[in-house]
Design a binder for this molecule. Structure first.
Ligand code: NI
Length: 159
């Protein structure tokens, strides 16, 4: 692999570490962390309730979560899902949803439509692309009059 600045590797490729001038994939590195006792007790209680069996996995997940938030805020590449619930009897809502999704074809990977009950539809729209485009799509969908609830869940694009 081509050598790149350490900062770039640190931010974009969590599994690469520079060790003595060479890059090593997936090498685990042990390091010590000093915390106030009360903070550590709360952390242990929190990760126990979340189902973690050890601190390492919990800390790694928290770090990755912050990286995803940062990448999204800076407009970097993310993946995710927009979830919306609406009443399909309101035809203007259905038409608007379709228009917006057609206008964002490059951001939308797939969409699943579920008929929740007689009135309500659930759509789960998988998205991938620059954070700004993903946010623009989610904002457009949730602002449609007649959409009862919309959420955007952002995750890593895997890079
Ligand atoms: Ni439906």
């Amino acid at each position: 692999m081509e050598k790149q600045p350490a900062l770039y590797l640190y931010r974009e490729h969590m599994c690469y570490y520079i060790v003595k001038g060479s890059t090593m994939k997936d090498k685990l590195v042990r390091f010590g962390v000093s915390l106030e006792g009360e903070l550590l007790r709360k952390f242990d209680a929190f990760i126990g309730a979340e189902g973690y069996s050890n601190r390492s996995k919990a800390i790694a997940d928290l770090i990755r979560k912050e990286f995803v938030t940062d990448v999204f805020a800076r407009g970097g590449a993310v993946a995710g899902a927009v979830t919306i619930v609406y009443d399909h009897h309101r035809r203007e809502v259905v038409n608007k949803l379709l228009d917006i999704q057609h206008d964002h074809g490059s951001t939308i990977i797939s969409a699943q439509h579920v008929h929740l009950d007689h009135d309500n539809c659930l759509e789960i729209i998988a998205v991938k692309g620059p954070g700004a485009k993903v946010k623009a799509l989610a904002d457009s969908l949730k602002s449609i009059k007649g959409v009862k609830h919309a959420t955007l869940s952002v995750t890593t694009a895997g890079k």
